[in-house]
Design a protein around this ligand. Sequence first.
Ligand SMILES: *[C@@H]1O[C@H](CO)[C@@H](O)[C@H](O)[C@H]1NC(C)=O
Ligand SMILES: *[C@@H]1O[C@H](CO)[C@@H](O)[C@H](O)[C@H]1NC(C)=O
Ligand SMILES: *[C@@H]1O[C@H](CO)[C@@H](O)[C@H](O)[C@H]1NC(C)=O
Length: 380
Amino acid sequence: MAFRRIYLFTLALVWGCMASSSSQQTAVAPPQDLQITDPGLLGSLDIEWKPPPNVQTFNECTVKYKFEYRNTGDREWKVIFTRKLKFRVGFDLSRTAEVKVQTLLEGRCTNDVEVQSEWIYATFQVPLQGKLESEVQNFHCIYHDWEYLKCTWQPGLLAPRGVHYGLYYWYEGLDHAEQCDDYIQDHGINIGCMLQNLSQAEYKDLSICVNGSAAATLLRPLYATLRLQNLAKPSPPKQLMVSTSTSEGLRVVWSPPGGETPPQCLEYEVQLAEEQGKTKAVWASVSTQMETAFTIARVNQSRISCVRVRGRTNIFCADQGFWSEWTQECISVSREEDKQLFILIPVILSLSSSLIIFMLIGQCKKRTPPEKATHMSVGC
Ligand SMILES: *[C@@H]1O[C@H](CO)[C@@H](O)[C@H](O)[C@H]1NC(C)=O
Ligand SMILES: *[C@@H]1O[C@H](CO)[C@@H](O)[C@H](O)[C@H]1NC(C)=O
Ligand SMILES: *[C@@H]1O[C@H](CO)[C@@H](O)[C@H](O)[C@H]1NC(C)=O
């Protein structure tokens, strides 16, 4: 057994040597002059390289490049196969950008085997001024009704007096980074920003930088890359109507919220609470769905049933989203029963009176009164 394994190993070694010597004949050099430049777009960097020196000699082969990039700390590299020599890709500028590229050669000159060069590497880091504790805190953004983006933050722990914060943004389609023109302020300090008219930035990377200045202190800028569709929060659903239908159920109907939220991008959660005697009503989910109507089949004999509905972006339009506030509607189920009882009373009365007469005639022969009228039947 051991002998055979050694034999196989040797064979593999010989094969490996042969393979590497044959590819040595058509070895290809890595690309040259790999460079990263920052066009000032708050996250996008330009990466460029030049072909390997001997590329003209492979006239029966195609030359391609395998370009990979990531931020330091990311586990995975993002991979692009290309014949181009220039790319603009997005990074998180608060961390180091790493790129690598290799030449791929394939065709008659390599017997149609893909030959790979060594990698060449480059990194980039914007100068990170200021202490980390001077960076703004609790930065978050919500895209309300697909109409406006509201971002808020708190001053950094090391924020000096008289600090001034600015929010800058860029997305593909803008010539250069733009500054917020509608700040939210607290005691004269910018702590948020409202951005309108961002529909062109949906389904793209929206790069944001919140930086600041103070008289004598350098502040650490914050960089964020947003996806608007994943930050959407719709308004609550409208025109919620609850009614009892004949089949002992609750019919719940509502309309999509207003605003620019695409109606086909919503899903809804329906919850029901029923007050039974003195016990406190507890909300329970009965459905999560994309339709705007729902029938709750079984409703308990409760006095009040409340239904509430909220919406958020569904999986067909985004990876995540925020729930809207609830829209709520209550109906008194027992009142519906009272109405039925009200109609029933004359019937019961006339029934029981005829029963009394009947029983009097029948000299108090024991008879079972109708179930509903038990409490009304007169003893003999
Ligand atoms: C909205 O943005 C577009 C470009 O994306 C621009 O042409 C248009 O003037 C803007 N409208 C307003 C009201 O700012
Ligand atoms: C903040 O960033 C913008 C965009 O990069 C830049 O124009 C501005 O000078 C920066 N301000 C400070 C105080 O660093
Ligand atoms: C109805 O009542 C039963 C028991 O009282 C409870 O288990 C059930 O969850 C109730 N149904 C609804 C829809 O609240």
